[in-house]
Design a protein around this ligand. Structure first.
Ligand code: SF4
Ligand code: SF4
Length: 287
C-alpha cells in the first residue's frame, strides 16, 4: 500500500482543493484528513459516518469517593487548581500530571483515559475516508494524526485499497511531522508569495530529514512570475521534481462553492493541468 501526503507551508494555497481533485482521479484509494486543526474534507465530500471510535491521548484524574478521607492533600499539590473543595476534578483544568494520584495517602485517585477526540471511518462518493473531530480547547498532538493514518490503513486493508491520499496540515508542526514520517511521497503545494522560496526550503528540509521523496506544485503561479521562476530555480538546483504549475483561475473557487472537485466541475485548462500533475505524481509514487 502506498501513501501520498499533500502538504503546504500555510493555509490558502489550494492544498485541499488539489487533494479533492486527486480523489476524483484516483482509483482504489482511501482518503485521510490529517489536517486535524481544521478538518474539512469530510464536510466538503458530505461524508457518511460508518464507524466512530474515541481517541485517548490524555489522562484525567478520577476520585473514588468511597476511599477519599477528605484530607485535601491533593488540592494542595495540584498546581493547576483542577480539584475543587469537594474533591471534584475540574476536567477543563486537569492537565493529567498524576501528582494527585501520587500524593493521595489512601489510593483514592486513579488516572483514567480522557476522550479528547473522535476518529471516524466514513464513506464519500469518491470512496472511504478517515477523519477526526478534535475537541475545542484540547491540545493537538501528532498522535491524533498518527491515529487518523492508522485508521486509514485499517480501512484500506479491509477494503483492499492500495493507496492512501493524505490531506496534511498546513505549516511546520508536530502534526505535519506525523503526517509525512512514513509516507512514500510528499506533494508540497506552494504559491508565489514573498517568502515562498524560504518556506519551500524549510519544507524540503523536513522531508529530507525524514528521507521522504518530495515533489512540488506551484499553485497560482501566474500571480507573480518572478517568484515562480525563483521557486523553479530552487527546485532545479536541488533536483526536486516540479510536477505541476497551475494558473490562478476562479473556476477552482467556483467548483468548491458548488461542492465539486475541479475535475468534476470543469474540463478547462486548470483541470487538464491537474490531470497531468496527477499522472506525474503517480509515476513518481510508483518508482
Ligand atoms: S492530574 Fe494533575 S492537574 Fe489533574 S487534578 Fe491531579 S494534580 Fe491536578
Ligand atoms: S488526597 Fe486522596 S484522600 Fe486526600 S482529599 Fe485527595 S483524594 Fe481524598
Amino acid at each position: 500500500m502506498k501513501q501520498l501526503a499533500v502538504i503546504s507551508h500555510k493555509g490558502g494555497t489550494g492544498k485541499t482543493a488539489i487533494t479533492v481533485a486527486f480523489a476524483s482521479l484516483a482509483d482504489n484509494f482511501v482518503l485521510a484528513d490529517c489536517d486535524v486543526n481544521a478538518p474539512d474534507l469530510h464536510l466538503f465530500l458530505k461524508a457518511d459516518i460508518k464507524k466512530t471510535v474515541g481517541f485517548h491521548d490524555l489522562k484525567i484524574a478520577s476520585v473514588d469517593e468511597e476511599k477519599c478521607d477528605d484530607c485535601k492533600k491533593c488540592i494542595n499539590f495540584c498546581r493547576f487548581n483542577a480539584i475543587d473543595k469537594k474533591i471534584n476534578i475540574i476536567p477543563k483544568s486537569c492537565e493529567g500530571c498524576s501528582i494527585c494520584e501520587y500524593v493521595c495517602p489512601v489510593d483514592a485517585i486513579k488516572m483514567i483515559d480522557r476522550d479528547s477526540s473522535l476518529i471516524y471511518a466514513s464513506e464519500t462518493h469518491f470512496g472511504p475516508i478517515s477523519h477526526a473531530r478534535f475537541n475545542p480547547g484540547e491540545k493537538i498532538s501528532g498522535k491524533l494524526v498518527t491515529a487518523v493514518k492508522e485508521n486509514a490503513k485499517t480501512i484500506a486493508e479491509e477494503k483492499r485499497k492500495n493507496l492512501v491520499i493524505i490531506d496534511g496540515p498546513s505549516g511546520i508542526s508536530y502534526p505535519a511531522f506525523s503526517t509525512i514520517i512514513d509516507v512514500d511521497l510528499v506533494l508540497i503545494v506552494t504559491e508565489p508569495s514573498l517568502s515562498a522560496v524560504l518556506d519551500l526550503e524549510r519544507m524540503i528540509g523536513i522531508t529530507n530529514h525524514f528521507k521522504i521523496p518530495a515533489v512540488v506544485c506551484i499553485n497560482k503561479y501566474d500571480l507573480n512570475i518572478q517568484i515562480t521562476e525563483g521557486i523553479e530555480e530552487y527546485c532545479k538546483n536541488h533536483d526536486i521534481e516540479l510536477v505541476g504549475k497551475l494558473p490562478f483561475d476562479t473556476v477552482m473557487t467556483e467548483a468548491m462553492v458548488k461542492e465539486k472537485s475541479i475535475i468534476e466541475f470543469s474540463d478547462g485548462e486548470l483541470s487538464n493541468r491537474i490531470i497531468e500533475m496527477w499522472n506525474a505524481t503517480v509515476e513518481k509514487l510508483l518508482i
